[in-house]
Design a protein around this ligand. Structure first.
Ligand code: ZN
Length: 159
């Protein structure tokens, strides 16, 4: 049921700010990753970050808007551990979708093969700390620290 309510929430949220195409990219990505391999739920931030990532792939013009929220978090040093461990039933706030997008953007930039390994590890039932450590050699704290450097140094330059 959580997935249904999450889907409804997404439809309402996106309907107010997005084209049908953007909505399709977002929801299509959810469907894909839910069906990919085993029906194991990915962490909420990863599910939403992937959906937003594919939306940006579909429309590059959305990129800077999504990055700007992450820059606010990174520049203020706002902890993102609560986003990384959020349960689906609790949902994400709008700025947190954008932080999740940049987390996926960062992880993909750090290595597409590593990113696939990370997702496959999760789909094999590993918890995210173990899945991340195996794929990237990082703890969740390492991820937070490296994400902050990426947003402050790389995204702040504009690319
Ligand atoms: Zn969504």
């Amino acid at each position: 049921m959580d997935a249904v309510w999450q889907g409804v929430n997404d439809v309402v949220r996106l309907a107010f700010r997005a084209s049908d195409q953007e909505l399709f990219a977002h929801e299509g990505t959810h469907a894909f990753f839910q069906l990919y391999k085993k029906p194991v739920d990915l962490p909420l931030w990863l599910h939403e970050g992937l959906a937003e990532f594919m939306t940006v792939v579909n429309d590059k013009g959305l990129r800077s808007q999504k990055q700007s929220w992450a820059k606010v978090y990174a520049q203020r040093g706002t902890p993102i551990g609560g986003i990384l461990t959020r349960q689906a039933a609790q949902g994400l706030q709008y700025p947190e979708y954008n932080v999740s997008y940049t987390l996926v953007d960062f992880l993909v930039a750090a290595g597409r093969a590593k990113f696939k390994k990370f997702v496959d590890n999760l789909k094999d039932g590993k918890d995210q700390e173990t899945a991340l450590k195996d794929a990237y050699g990082w703890t969740l704290d390492d991820l937070q620290r490296r994400w902050r450097v990426y947003v402050n140094k790389v995204l702040a330059r504009g690319n």
